[in-house]
Design a protein around this ligand. Sequence first.
Ligand code: 1PR
Length: 548
Amino acid sequence: MAKVQLLDYAAGNIRSLVNAIEKLGWEVEWIESPSDVAKAEKLILPGVGHFGHCLSQFANAGYVEPVKAYIESGKPFMGICVGLQALFDGSDENTSVPGLGVIKGRLERFSDADKSVPHIGWNSANTSSTEDSSATDSIYGLGPDSKYYYVHSYAVPYRKGELEKDGWSVATARYGEEEFIGAVAKNNVLATQFHPEKSGAAGLRVLKAFLEGKSRQPLPSSTADALAKSGLTRRIIACLDVRTNDQGDLVVTKGDQYDVREKSDNAVRNLGKPVEKAQQYYEQGADEVTFLNITSFRETPLKDLPMLEVLRQTSATVFVPLTIGGGIRDTYDPATKRTVPALEVATLYFKSGADKVSIGSDAVTAAEQYYASNKTLTGKSAIETISEAYGAQAVVVSVDPKRVYVASQDSTTHHTISTAFPGPNGEQYCWYACTIKGGRETRDLDAVQLVTAVEAMGAGEILLNCIDKDGTNSGFDLELVRMVKAAVRIPVIASSGAGNADHFAEIFEQTNVDAALGAGMFHRGEWTVKQVKEQLRQQGLMVRSFEE
Ligand code: 1PR
């Protein structure tokens, strides 16, 4: 089997990359010390998370000169995400750590004045503004209509002609008003800001072209979708609530306002097998898949091996981002009689193929402590430790809020909204109380307090559920989404209540939400992800098409 060398310098969760390479029929060999670098024949430099963290690890381990010499030797080299960033002169993310200086330019933070940061989702990498439009081939088969998965806060702004005059071929993407570098290539070097290993068939094609040394490839056939040409697409996420049923089988379930037991016989509602369902949604074009282990508060997650196995199996064939939630917190392990830090729990999941972890109950507790200590950051919470080690983009906070109606805004200190859907006694206002343990316990903390606290702690994204709406098929809670979107700069995923494609259109058209999630309507087979996307496309909303 042909081999490719991957540089292991503790640069985060790279299990997905290994899976993708193996899927393409290549074997991964690890470069474990600087002296191995010169022996490599085909080298990939991965990297996720923080530029300063990655580059200082890289430099401290003594890789700078060997990797520069390797690149100069002319042997094939690929950088991915921070692996692309490393090739530039430096990044505003950490000005004290230099890049390798192989390519001129610096990374700058996206402006969050008009959009969420990090930039998360499926965007273009096209050469239309950089190359001759009559070209019949493209760098490593990048398709002008294809979409690739990005997750980053810093990017190299594109300035026409600047890199081209040094001989680089450039593919760009656009986020809001900012055009930035999505991929660059010259001679033996290819670097992508996006993650090819998480970009479905389109990404695997690029990775394959690199592995096979095909730096120019015929342009993939056009989907003739003019709207898909540039910019971030509307992100549709399929969510699987997973738990063990009374027979001991791990099943996909779905509650009504978080109650997952059937009214008729009290059995746990069984809607299928987690790995099969995830595969099905991937093939329908889901942009991400989220697994929530909804009974993790009962057991120690270290014993929860079935979820790790679900991730291992899913990540071997599903090449879009995978999020796992449930039980990400400091955990007492009776087997070893020690408390296992949340970071270690998260690491188990990342090693099994998760790209992000989602934290629910523990985020509420951490936020309560944050306010009790006058907004002091301890650096010790699960959010902070995981964000520090794996980057903000790997930490999602799942919020499980419930409406609390009040007659007037003065009757509470919580963040209230005036609602178009009055309470049972005609109350015109409400606030959203955070809950823990899957909605079983309500806390005196509101959704705005929670999301602002976790943003300060380093969370990268909010998964915004709504207990009142969950399983109702009545549409998302637009009022809640608007309130939370106004409070934070990080991306927000709307969840709970989706029952048809119109609900997705509504949330995207009537709020500036970053992504939308559906569960029950997909599990019950009422709608496929593909059908939802087709309808959104017909309504003029840009979505990613599934590529074979
Ligand atoms: O608290 O860190 O251990 O995490 C537990 C996680 O499990 C949290 O993310 C919490 O939201 C989730 N969870 C716990 N209990 C339940 C339950 O349903 N009994 N599920 C639960 C939450 C909500 C959504 C659902 C949407 C869309 N599920 O994720 O998928 O509401 O549903 P719909 O489209 O059918 O309306 P921790």
